[in-house]
Design a protein around this ligand. Structure first.
Ligand SMILES: O=C(O)[C@H](O)[C@@H](O)[C@H](O)[C@H](O)COP(=O)(O)O
Length: 232
């Protein structure tokens, strides 16, 4: 599917503009069906965007927030994406939103994925908003090159679910929504910052296997247009 690049002079300008766009999309969903959903990424890039979005005046009590992926660590662990969202997005007006975690206290990451899949089923499909990031290796969500379940994660026929992923660059075992769960969001955003990530994007947009740079699956096969938000 087509992608559109939205370039901004600064990260602050991007954060404000993306917060406005997401708030408008969530409000339109609430107006249409009384509810809205958003799945966000972790990492370092989205912090300013989360803080800007948390101040937007929308019916947050009608919004469900979840994560596109999570490290298999509890929410009090510094590596937790839940902790990042709690500290930066579930603040201010957005405190009223419902949050659905991916991490589940379970004997194994596989059992946690089964529990998380069951809990996420109540969110409804497709997501109204999905915010993806991208690593320097071309991963997105927890679709890492060489990942233990990468083929299953990227297969469009894999049912919408949360699966596990282990990979050299991932740190802890991961819990990740599948490509099929994310790729048809009403608003599908890839949020990247810095010249380095722009170079990675240019390489990903070129030829090569999806397995080498899994973001390619989104850029090439997502049914929704990909809105790329970039700032230096
Ligand atoms: O759990 C995570 O780390 C994210 O979901 C991951 O996919 C992230 O979006 C990229 O790794 C980019 O991370 P940065 O924004 O820190 O570069």
């Amino acid at each position: 599917m087509a992608s559109t690049l939205h370039s901004f002079a600064s990260a602050a300008d991007l954060a404000g503009s993306l917060a406005d766009k997401v708030a408008d999309t969530l409000s339109a969903a609430i107006a249409a069906r009384g509810a809205a959903s958003i799945a966000v990424s972790g990492g370092s890039t989205p912090k300013a965007f989360f803080q800007a979005l948390s101040t937007r005046d929308i019916a947050w009590d009608k919004v469900t927030i979840t994560l596109v992926d999570e490290r298999f660590v509890p929410a009090d662990n510094q590596r937790s994406n839940h902790l990042l969202v709690d500290a930066n997005l579930l603040q201010n007006k957005a405190k009223a939103a419902r949050f659905v975690p991916l991490y589940q206290p379970a004997a194994s990451v596989e059992e946690a994925a089964r529990l998380a899949t069951a809990k996420s089923a109540e969110i409804g499909i497709p997501f109204d908003v999905v915010i993806l990031g991208m690593g320097g290796d071309g991963h997105t969500a927890s679709f890492f090159p060489g990942g233990s379940n990468l083929a299953e994660a990227l297969d469009a026929s894999t049912p919408r679910s949360i699966i596990t992923m282990e990979a050299e660059g991932a740190g802890e075992p991961r819990l990740t929504f599948t490509f099929s769960s994310l790729q048809d969001a009403a608003l599908l955003v890839l949020h990247i910052e810095g010249e380095g990530k722009k170079d990675v994007l240019a390489k990903a947009e070129g030829s090569g296997d999806e397995a080498e740079m899994p973001i390619r699956a989104v850029l090439r096969r997502a049914t929704s247009p990909v809105e790329i938000y970039w700032a230096p």
